[in-house]
Design a protein around this ligand. Structure first.
Ligand code: SAM
Length: 388
């Protein structure tokens, strides 16, 4: 926390994009009377059509981008997710629906593996809000065998007829716009974005609204430390409600970096969980390079569970990514490599996915189900639901 981002040269294209996004933010601040809620700031810098980080053409994922996600890091991740999907699909039949499919790596790996397991879904549906990523996914998935590629369909909205099967959301909940708050003594503020006298974007705090005050009292009934700042994601609940509506029978697998609430709002985490990613550097200044850096916050998994239950789903499992991957056969996947070189490469990737100091414990997996009572193989090794 509190890192200073040392200056990084933007390309001319990135600088132009960032200037255009900053101009859009300034205009929005003016429309809002001088103060823009942080959630609205994020909607602009991440998702403004043609301009935002996810909507415009930056590389984002992988070595040449800003961050690496598990499916980009290793095919092992997709294979383990597919092993879990196969168990569910054998009971529910139906479809896989992936939310926010990034570059399409997970979709490609899951479909390929499900074909090997003889458990292909009827369709592999993708809901992607970014037109640019959707184009990238189309290109990546067109390289699949025609019998697999033919199952992929892109959706503009969630299906009106609810599906049976599996929904997957890897690193999507952390990408939803969130709110920031600041506790200072007895006072609570909502942190938004304003303008300095010379027109620069700055943090700007307003007294918390009655709605935010009530939410803060609910999140920490025993009270907050005197100096504290953090984040919360009011959008999670309406998002979950529409996602849940589209699931008739089966499992929503939500995978993300996050914590149960009592750890998320631990008194020692007094600078919150907000993180920005730009060219593999993490820092905590969301006003830097608007539109060309990713801005995220960790996921409060207690909120995910509450939102799922409100939406009529059941929380049937919660564990670390390491426990999920081990229970879904990651070791056997490594052992099955064609030769010693491939095995060594996969073993190195498995370490990053599994180790506590890497992705193994920061990332959690939650299963939210409807009408699905079978114990899932994912949670054979660990059940953290009591921590929620
Ligand atoms: C951090 S990326 C993760 C991508 C991919 N799942 C992976 O693991 O590589 C977040 C993704 O979620 C998408 N996204 C954000 N909000 C979304 C929403 N409301 N519905 C569907 N996708 C969304 C973004 O466009 C992007 O593809």
């Amino acid at each position: 926390m509190g890192e200073i981002m040392t200056s990084v040269e933007l390309t001319a294209l990135q600088a132009a994009q960032s200037d255009a996004v900053a101009a859009a933010v300034r205009a929005a601040i003016a429309v809002h009377g001088g103060w823009l809620p942080f959630e609205d700031y994020l909607r602009l810098v991440l998702y403004a059509p043609g301009l935002g980080y996810y909507s415009a053409g930056s590389v984002k994922f992988g070595a040449a981008g800003d961050f690496v996600t598990a499916p980009e890091l290793s095919s092992l991740f997709a294979h383990c997710v597919a092993n879990q999907c196969a168990q569910v699909l054998a009971i529910t039949g139906g479809d896989v629906l992936e939310l926010g499919a990034g570059t399409g790596s997970l979709a490609a790996g899951v479909l390929t593996r499900l074909a090997v397991l003889g458990q292909l879904p009827r369709r592999y549906l993708i809901l992607e809000v970014s037109a640019e990523l959707r184009a990238r996914q189309r290109q990546a998935l067109s390289a699949l065998a025609p019998a697999l590629a033919a199952r992929v369909e892109w959706l503009d909205v969630l299906p009106a007829v609810p599906i049976a099967g599996v929904m997957i959301a890897n690193e999507v909940a952390d990408a939803l716009p969130f709110q920031r708050f600041v506790i200072d003594g007895a006072a609570a503020y909502e942190r938004g974005v304003g303008l300095s006298a010379d027109g620069q974007l700055i943090d700007a705090d307003r007294p918390a609204s009655p709605v935010l005050l009530a939410e803060l009292a609910r999140l920490a009934p025993q009270g907050w430390p005197p100096h504290y700042e953090s984040e919360l994601c009011p959008m999670l609940s309406p998002w979950m409600a529409v996602v849940a509506q589209a699931l008739a029978h089966g499992v929503l697998l939500l995978i993300d970096y996050g914590l149960p609430r009592h750890e998320y709002y631990h008194w020692q985490r007094d600078r919150g969980t907000l993180r920005c990613h730009f060219r593999h550097r993490a820092h905590d200044d969301p006003l830097l390079y608007p539109g060309v850096q990713d801005v995220t916050a960790w996921v409060d998994f207690t909120r995910v569970a509450e939102a799922g239950c409100e939406a009529g789903l059941e929380v049937t499992g919660f564990c670390t990514q390491a426990a999920f991957l081990l229970a879904n056969g990651i070791e056997a996947e490594v052992a099955a490599a064609d030769d010693a070189v491939a095995r060594a490469r996969l073993a190195a990737q498995a370490r990053v996915l599994l180790l506590p100091g890497e992705m193994g414990e920061r990332f959690k997996v939650m299963a939210l189900t409807r009408g699905f009572d079978e114990p899932m193989r994912a949670f054979a090794l660990q059940d953290l639901r009591r921590s929620l």
